[in-house]
Design a protein around this ligand. Structure first.
Ligand code: NAD
Length: 501
């Protein structure tokens, strides 16, 4: 998703910065930092050390109601929703500048909270800032339409904000996923309530401080830390939330659609899970480079990536040699201290996810796949799982079908283009697919047949703010990034004016 950035700080300097942090732990509601109404808190823990970082406000129904009411008041008041787009742009650019100025602190918060290497978090910050700037810059360049009605009428097509948007985000790229959601929603003029994951709330709360400093009006941006089953559910069931913008698992995405149906039929925009196929044809040049990319496609961010290339489909004539190269590349991608700029992988986010990944590794062995690596975690106290590779995987095995969300690669063999396409599409998911070949005819044939929101040809996860991101099938139903994401947060209003002859 994002590249590692070369760290400007040493391990010791990151540690010194960590030691000096003053953490915001309260919710941000109606322009005030407050405890949860019932005083509840949740612990957020550093998975690389086991150390509790903070007790953070754990919001529930009363907090959701207060935030929704403030958001509605802000929207109806028009201080943001009716502000000229050029003026909204200035505030959002100020926020982007503040995020950039504080990028080391924001990156560090994500690293401490969820265990990813700090170089990777720095890459996320660049992506988040670019996203803010992109939408800020584009919002005053969007025009409405005049419909071709004829002389006796004027048909105007206006694009308008939706109202109150609740953004519910995951922990794997905490601040970057947040930026993908809030930047277009705010640019379009909505009031936004952000619910970060209970596993990674700290950067969102720091972002709230920066948003206030940037000058976002009261009630336009609020942050409610807490659990999905409490405050998340309350937002999803609210009769006064107009849109749920969600990134997370497919199971929770399905629940949100039910909540929308049980309440006010709010718009539900989903970015969900994946089990993405990465197809390597024997005609590839430079198999060493392809193997390096195939390994990074799954082991980057400890495999906790929605578009992880978790199914590697290799043409059988090169499979044995190619898997050896992937194993060699994986050997260079071992997990280590997330504050050490040299670490490629960090810690798994929490004990539950760690157990889940280890359980899949056990199931892979039981189901008869060939384990090509040790398949054992590192000794504690941190939650570190090294790159794990299974060969001879079939689509009947759990490790071949289900999203593991950890550093586990499943290798399949294929003999023909048809078989590769069949295996690739044989999934409930359709988020990303990769394809490595030198044959342009094959590339075009296969690309068209893949049921996937995005196809990476001779790369994995090269991307840019200008290109839409999202999935098909059970991977979701909308697009983050690019000007297309504005469509998720706005509606068309048709105005018909009859003209006097
Ligand atoms: P998750 O679905 O468990 O949680 C996501 C968010 O939903 C969290 O904030 C959580 O508190 C909230 N939530 C949980 N239950 C809820 C409920 N009943 N009502 C309202 N909110 C609820 O996912 P996760 O473990 O945080 O993240 C991992 C998942 O996210 C993976 O499946 C991954 O593929 C997916 N993901 C997708 C994309 C994408 O762009 N498609 C990007 C990143 C992650």
């Amino acid at each position: 998703m994002t590249e590692h950035r070369k760290s400007p700080l040493s391990r010791a300097e990151w540690q010194a910065l960590a030691d000096s942090l003053v953490l915001e732990t309260r919710a941000y509601i109606d322009d005030a930092f407050v405890d949860a109404a019932d005083g509840a808190t949740l612990s957020t823990t550093n998975p690389a050390t086991g150390e509790v970082l903070a007790e953070v406000a754990s919001c529930d129904v009363a907090d959701a109601e207060a935030a929704v009411s403030a958001a509605r008041q802000a929207f109806d008041g028009g201080a943001w929703s009716r502000l000229a787009p050029g003026r909204r742009k200035k505030v959002l650019l100020r926020l982007a500048d503040l995020m950039e100025a504080n990028r080391h602190e924001l990156a560090l918060l994500d690293t401490l909270d969820m265990g990813k290497p700090v170089g990777s978090s720095l890459g996320d910050m660049s992506g988040a800032v670019a996203c803010l700037r992109h939408h800020a810059e584009s919002i005053d360049k969007l025009y409405g339409e005049v419909a071709p009605t004829g002389d006796d009428a004027l048909g105007l097509v206006l694009r308008e904000p939706l109202g109150v948007v609740a953004s519910i985000v995951p922990w794997n790229f905490p601040l970057m996923m947040t930026a993908w959601k809030i930047a277009p929603a705010l640019a379009a003029g909505n009031s936004v309530i952000l619910k970060p994951s209970e596993k990674s709330p700290l950067s969102a709360l720091r972002l709230a401080q920066l948003a206030r400093e940037a000058g976002l009006p009261r009630g336009v941006f609020q942050v409610l830390p807490g659990y999905g089953h409490s405050v998340g559910k309350a937002l999803a069931l609210s009769m006064d939330v107009d849109c749920l913008a969600f990134t997370g698992s497919t199971g929770v995405g399905k629940q949100l659609m039910q909540y929308a149906g049980q309440s006010n039929l709010k718009k539900v925009f989903l970015e969900c899970g994946g089990k993405s196929p990465n197809i390597v044809f024997a005609d590839c040049k430079n198999l060493d480079r392809v193997a390096e990319h195939a390994a990074a496609a799954i082991f980057h961010n400890q495999g906790e990536v929605c578009i992880a290339g978790s199914r590697l489909l290799v043409e059988n004539t090169i499979r044995e040699a190619f898997v050896e190269k992937v194993l060699a590349a994986a050997e260079r991608m071992q997990p280590g201290d997330p504050l050490d700029p040299a670490s490629f992988m960090g810690a798994i986010v929490d004990q539950a996810q760690y157990e889940r990944v280890l359980d899949y590794i056990r199931r892979g062995v039981e189901e008869g796949a060939t384990l090509r690596t040790r398949g054992q975690p590192l000794d504690g106290p941190g939650l570190f799982i090294p790159p794990t590779v299974f060969d001879d995987v079939t689509d009947a095995m759990a490790i071949g079908r289900e999203e593991i969300f950890g550093p586990v690669l499943s290798v399949f063999g294929f003999d023909s283009e048809d078989e590769a396409v069949r295996l690739a599409n044989d999934s409930d998911y359709g988020l990303a697919a990769g394809l490595w070949s030198q044959d342009i005819d094959r590339i075009m044939r296969v690309t068209r047949r893949l049921r996937s929101g995005q196809v990476f040809v001779n790369n994995w996860a090269d991307m840019d703010q200008t290109v839409p991101f999202g999935g098909v099938k059970q991977s979701g139903n909308g697009r983050d990034k690019s000007h297309h994401s504005l469509e998720e947060y706005s509606d068309l209003k048709s105005v018909w004016m009859t003209l006097s002859p």
